[in-house]
Design a binder for this molecule. Structure first.
Ligand SMILES: *[C@@H]1O[C@H](CO)[C@@H](O)[C@H](O)[C@H]1NC(C)=O
Length: 84
């Protein structure tokens, strides 16, 4: 129990959230997108999402955590992948 308490105090004391300003134009705002972390490039990958029913994204963006740079890897004009 004491160990758990120490661990939680340690984690809370060391946890910090900070805003990372982008160094390039970010993707449009969206909701319901999927995101994953790519360890090899130290980047966040973001796929799809929408701006409501009338505007659905089918794109992939990479945000490099090393240089705060957004890169559009796949544009919205590509066809939607099948479920197979
Ligand atoms: C990102 O930065 C870290 C720390 O400086 C470095 O070890 C790593 O190689 C870098 N990754 C890339 C993909 O540049």
């Amino acid at each position: 129990m004491f160990l758990l308490f120490c661990l939680s105090v340690f984690l809370c004391d060391s946890f910090e959230v900070s805003r990372i300003p982008p160094t390039s134009t970010p993707p449009p705002k969206r909701q319901f997108s999927a995101m994953d972390y790519d360890k090899s490039s130290n980047s966040l990958l973001i796929f799809g999402g929408n701006q409501g029913a009338s505007s659905t994204f089918n794109d992939v963006w990479k945000f490099s955590l090393n240089d705060s740079l957004w890169t559009n890897l796949v544009s919205t004009t590509n066809t939607i992948p099948s479920n197979n």
